[in-house]
Design a protein around this ligand. Sequence first.
Ligand SMILES: Cc1ncc(COP(=O)(O)O)c(C=O)c1O
Length: 637
Amino acid sequence: MTRAILDPGFSVSDADELYSIRSWSNGYFGIAPAGDLTVSARGRVPIAVRDIVDRLSNEGHQLPMVLRFPDILEDRIDKVNEAFAASIAEAGYSNTYQGVYPIKVNQRRVVVETIAAYGAKWRTGLEAGSKAELALCLAHDTHDDALLCCNGFKDDDFIRLALWGRKLGRKVIITLEKAGELERVLRISKEMGVQPLLGVRFKLHARGSGQWEASGGDDAKFGLTASELIHVAERVKAEGMADSLVLLHCHVGSQLTDIRRIRAAIREAAQAYVELAEMGVGVKYLDVGGGLAVDYDGSKTTYYVSANYNLREYADTVVYTIMEACKEWEVPEPIIVTESGRALTAHHSVLVVPVVDAIGPMRRPVDLPPLTEEEHALVKEMRELEVEITVKNYREVYNEAVSNKETMHSLFDLGYLSLLERGHIEQAYNRILARVAKVVEQLDYVPEEFELLPRMLADQYVVNFSLFQSLPDHWAINALFPIVPLQRLNERPRRNATLVDISCDSDGKIDKFIDLRDVRTALPVHDLTPGEPYYLGIFLTGAYQDVLANAHNLFGRVNEAHVRLTDAGPEVELYVEGQKARRVIQNMGYLTPELHEAVAQQAAEVQESGGMTEAEVAEFLETYDRELVGYTYLEAL
Ligand SMILES: Cc1ncc(COP(=O)(O)O)c(C=O)c1O
């Protein structure tokens, strides 16, 4: 839909700056001159996301919906591998790079299949952290040289399955997370007559930076100490299996924000690697784990949702640091392995959510009946405060208004103020705040006490989705994701809003948004136009969000479309239906025929006593059954 540009002083480049799109999008997202947010990959013609959504909606598919772009996923695989290839070539590094995708980051079928199939050209492997993940990984046809790394704590079945993988001819590496696992692996390998490929995770002293700092350091949950490492090396040698110990692994956490910390960790890992090599075991892979960060806010800083390095700088740091240690100790350079998950998958998926309502203090106030009896002194005081708000008196007026509002609550609780008087005071308070905000906007320096003013004045946009199902990291660990309207980006957004989801949980809200310099407390948005859909895109959600989801309030998995980006337009490769109510109810242990039976019984009894007609019972049961198969989100509004 093309709208007239309402404010000639506002252009799409202003919108790009306002939402920092260029800074976080890695070139995959942009804005078309008509104001639509676009997606593109590999230099193809940008496509309006809104057009894809409209097409799917017209075909009867409902929002909220995840749009997955396999082209972006493939491009990310290329970009990571190309960065390492360039660093290796430039450094004159004598060995190669091989990525391994940790499927825990996103086990959705299309993601793993794309990475396994497309990644074959780069010998990309997979990483499993549990028996179920290993079972899934074994079924994927990867390149013959691709690794299948088994991390995580292991029982006998896990080890057996991994060894069957060896029999299948796969390069399955069992990485010891603790020293005690070695004897079990040795025993089962002998029982099965299989020569295992072993890895060992080293507990680095170095820590990462950011949210997952505790994954590294001396007190980390995983990994072997220096003495345990020596013990394992000696033990495999004593068993005549020195060649089995092929890989040294470390991982200091996800979303590592600071390149200096990465360098320190790799330096420590490389040192352990060269010493292991010197001890005469068969190490040839150095696996530096995951952690390659995604710059969610685009600020390029060490802030926890950002990173102070780019892909190439990361690859250079890994390659040069390992090379230095190997040169110094005259040890052959290993094949470098990384387990990047977030950096591969975050960009490829966009959650599209419709705004269904707006609530908030600055919405058009309802008309209140005038006060018929004599006005309460507090009402009068509030009116007087409204008279003139200037740079000179705004602080005084604001403090007075806040204090009057508190008094209002006390008086109301004691029955000295009526509901109507309270309504008048509330409205006066909102008007005062809005006028104070106008004054504050003009100031060069905003006093700290007024920093929350935009949030206090913000609308709440009600969004048809569940934070717990679709954006769990925002709720659990304060992760921030770029959020941008999909349309009207040639129009100045004149409102600020926080977002609330449709779950019945007050935590189901978003009131922190990315910003290049700080964190925003409200998102700039447009006024809602009755009858016109207003969509928001939540970006960079392809890592962890899909798979950490939970069905709080029984909101289930959302609909998904896999969209190829071609120069001729979008091609929906696959549509994956989200969960119906029936499915999430069944996950709670109910059998839906039994539920039907129970309500049918109640209806029959009511009918018998004359409370419902036969037709009403039939209509009720039809509605009930329809609800059981309905999409769990708001449908007809
Ligand atoms: C052992 C291991 N490897 C790889 C990863 C993936 O990390 P990231 O998504 O930051 O690349 C993780 C996640 O924390 C992990 O625990």
